[in-house]
Design a protein around this ligand. Structure first.
Ligand code: COA
Length: 143
């Protein structure tokens, strides 16, 4: 099996949105109008491929008003979860943030995915809250 991870090019975006639609809208009942927002335009999107098929994505938003960038929309095809593709994308987004000189990354972790972010070195802060009807916890990693 060949693996590739890189930042998305414009022609990758239809497959990125299609994967997010399956994972979040169909898989987690997130409303379509919440899943797609106008922040996608100015974001970097990480993409990972298995044998040429786009199987994982995540996005990196620049710091807005504070010093931390934001990672979000982490989504891995259900057929290949637990095989390291999410970690590949997360590490690429962190590396991209580092190269831009951004000192930290924050994210809103779905509670079930906390072990994934724990393992990547993220530290939780604050209380659990609901977003799109799903329990979340804020987490942060200094780069
Ligand atoms: C969460 C998600 C992005 C993780 O991606 P992945 O490719 O499955 O994760 P990896 O294979 O890189 O996993 C790395 C580690 O995290 C753990 N892990 C991954 N997802 C986990 C989960 N949902 N719960 C508990 N542990 C998890 C794995 O066991 C693995 O640890 P190990 O190597 O010590 O066994 C993926 O499962 C996913 O897309 N889930 C559905 C959408 C979602 O909930 N996104 C997160 C929004 S915050």
């Amino acid at each position: 099996m060949s693996r590739e991870v890189r930042l998305a090019r414009p022609d990758d975006m239809p497959a990125v949105y299609a994967l997010r639609h399956v994972v979040f809208v169909l898989g987690q009942d997130v409303p379509e109008e919440m899943e797609r927002d106008d922040l996608d335009e100015g974001a970097d999107h990480g993409v990972a491929f298995s044998d040429g098929m786009l199987v994982a994505t995540g996005r990196l938003l620049p710091p807005a008003g504070d010093t931390a960038a934001t990672v979000g929309r982490m989504a891995v095809d259900g057929e290949v979860r637990g095989q390291g593709f999410g970690t590949l994308v997360l590490e690429l987004l962190e590396q991209t943030a580092r190269e831009r000189g951004w000192p930290a990354v924050e994210l809103h972790a779905q509670l079930h995915a906390k072990p994934f972010y724990d393992r990547a070195g993220y530290v939780p802060y604050g209380d659990v809250y609901l977003e799109a009807g799903i329990e979340h916890l804020s987490m942060r990693k200094d780069l």
